[in-house]
Design a protein around this ligand. Structure first.
Ligand SMILES: [Ca+2]
Length: 274
């Protein structure tokens, strides 16, 4: 004889983020307060700049900024951070602070460039900086088809100039997803009852801090377990929320006992929802 079970799903299965911030800065070492490692890589385009490194000459905030000094000859290059594992085609806002010391209108061009799914975009326009003052610039760009977004801090010193300070400084680089960042998993819709040992389905959805569906940025495996209840789960108890999707339906879950079951969902691979 079949026994009816009542499956009660906790609305708050687990909360993964201590912070209530919905949008997180995706940039690693955004203010150059940590020693620069592999997260920022230098690329020469033309010539050789005199120097490129974080230093303490002119920070916008904290103690450090990134300083590119073109020196006297023609030289062009950039330091780059590649963000990967993003949902393809998602839209991001890229902003940062830029400071130039000398004649920005006709040669010592410093700007932020973002490349990805669309044509590379730059801000400010070449020569659009004021001199000797920090200015914040922002652009919008989408991740490319493989989920990459390229953030470049450029100095384009395209005319040789002697005995001038052809320096540009960059600090406080921020990349924020326009789409929501998932911070927790919840069940939706909630199954209310089932039959012992008969398969049922559970849909698990990633949501942002405001409770809106949010796309995961890596394939994320969700595994179900018994939060409370006297029986055991069987059948299929895990499934993947694939990159760019917000939910997975796990079909074929079984529970071998009567009584109230509280399910728990745990991310066992992929995103950790920190
Ligand atoms: Ca800084």
């Amino acid at each position: 004889m079949k026994r009816s079970i009542h499956v009660l799903i906790s609305a708050l299965c687990f909360t993964l983020a201590a912070s209530t911030q919905v949008y997180a800065n995706l940039v690693t070492n955004p203010g150059f307060e940590d020693a620069v490692g592999s997260e920022w890589t230098w690329h020469s385009v033309t010539g050789t700049v005199l120097s490129h490194a974080r230093d303490t000459v002119s920070p916008h905030s904290g103690s450090y900024e990134y300083h590119i000094n073109g020196g006297d000859p023609i030289a062009k290059g950039y330091v780059e951070q590649v963000l990967s594992g993003l949902p393809p085609g998602a839209t991001y806002t890229i902003s940062g602070w830029v400071y130039v010391t000398f004649r920005p209108a006709d040669r010592n061009w410093a700007y932020i460039e973002a490349a990805g799914g669309g044509d590379a975009v730059q801000a400010p326009a070449k020569g659009g900086n004021a001199t000797a003052t920090w200015e914040q610039w922002s652009v919008s760009q989408t991740s490319d088809g493989t989920g990459n977004l390229y953030i470049r801090l450029y100095l384009d010193h395209y005319v040789g100039t002697s005995a001038k300070n052809n320096s540009a400084y960059f600090d406080d680089i921020v990349v924020e997803g326009v789409t929501a960042v998932p911070t927790k998993l919840v069940y939706t819709p909630v199954p209310t009852n089932g039959v012992a040992s008969a398969p049922f389905s559970v849909t698990v959805q990633a949501q942002d801090a405001s409770g809106h569906p949010a796309s995961v940025t890596n394939n994320t495996t969700v595994t179900l377990s018994v939060g409370s209840g006297s029986g055991s789960l069987g059948g299929t108890i895990s499934g993947d929320i694939v990159t760019g999707d917000t939910s997975v339906t796990i079909s074929g879950v079984t529970y071998d006992s009567a009584g109230t079951l509280t399910l728990r969902a745990t991310p066992t691979a992929g995103m950790t929802f920190r």
